[in-house]
Ligand binder design. Structure first.
Ligand code: FMN
Length: 288
């Protein structure tokens, strides 16, 4: 697939190397780097024209507010910095949130900053109230970020936390493709590499709910909410399913950009797969 490692673009390396970080340096980042992060966030592209999301930047929060921001699953993670991606737009809000949040995550990586998504299921209202966001605000996860802590202790804790949730494990690429033997009429030669970056996209509980169906010279993307643990409510499974689909779409778009391939996502909710009622259609991917 990739013959010469020296020729692998830096952005593509970043996409494949990125993993969640759960231990950070405690000194806050300096103003210059925070300003660079802010500038990078402003350059993030939405799927639909004009549907930019907001990033609420929170630095050095006091303990009680931090507890609300991070919730029970994030209580062992400490960084002076976090952000809450949110939007008041209603058009495919969760897919846009995932798509734009993952671009933020990769921009942070490019600045040498690590991150971890902390899911917001069951506490969206609490977050809205604490951070004075309207009831109509959509959000699905908080992003903790900062310089990764380099200590051995950090590595051990990181490893044990990751082993609990199956981090760095991914299903094979064939699992993403519905009907893998279908002929696709116009695939770029870099497609396998681009799909690999999608495969390594992060997802809530590492559920990897995304599925692609070749249709003519396009792919239809679906999300499968049944991929999430049974303990989650149907609403939370749907929330993460849509958000994680957006994350996957961002990795595909960024990998394509790294390899100079033109791809285009168009939100598309009409295609159904017979006998696979749980699959929710999200978008079409085309190449030009
Ligand atoms: C929407 C979302 C919510 C997540 N929530 C949590 C969380 O609450 N706690 C946590 O430790 N990791 C959380 N994660 C991180 C995932 O567990 C992680 O991305 C996945 O296991 C893959 O591992 P990797 O990011 O190291 O490649 C979340 C990721 C996403 C995308």
């Amino acid at each position: 697939m990739i013959d010469n490692l020296d020729q692998v673009p830096q952005l593509y390396r970043t996409l494949l190397a990125r993993k969640s970080c759960r231990r950070f340096d405690s000194p806050p980042l300096n103003d210059q780097i925070l300003q660079s992060v802010q500038t990078a966030l402003e350059a993030i592209a939405p799927i639909q024209d004009g549907q930019h999301i907001q990033f609420l930047m929170l630095n050095e929060l006091e303990k009680s507010r931090l507890a609300v921001a991070q919730g029970a699953y994030g209580r062992f993670i400490a960084s002076p910095h976090l952000m809450i991606p949110y939007t008041e737009n209603n058009s495919d809000a969760l897919v846009e949130l995932g798509f734009q949040s993952q671009q933020a995550v990769i921009s942070l990586e490019e600045f040498g900053l690590a991150s971890c998504y902390i899911g917001a299921h069951g506490r969206v209202r609490k977050l809205q109230q604490e951070f004075e966001l309207s009831e109509d605000t959509h959000l699905a996860a908080v992003l903790i970020y900062g310089k990764p802590a380099p200590s051995l202790r950090n590595k051990n804790i990181n490893r044990s936390l990751r082993s609990l949730i199956g981090s760095r494990k991914r299903k094979p690429a064939e699992n993403i493709l519905l009907n893998p033997t279908a002929q696709h009429s116009s695939l770029p030669s870099e497609w396998d590499a681009i799909l690999e970056a999608g495969r390594w996209a992060p997802s809530a509980t590492n559920a990897q709910s995304w599925r692609l169906l070749p249709i003519g010279n396009e792919f239809q993307l679906f999300t499968n909410p049944t991929a999430y643990p049974l303990v989650l409510s149907a609403g939370s499974k749907l929330m993460y399913g849509l958000y994680d689909a957006g994350i996957f779409m961002a990795n595909i778009s960024l990998a394509a950009k790294a390899w100079n391939v033109q791809v285009h996502w168009r939100l598309h909710h009409e295609t159904r797969v017979p006998n696979q009622k749980s699959l929710i259609p999200i978008a079409r991917l085309s190449f030009s």
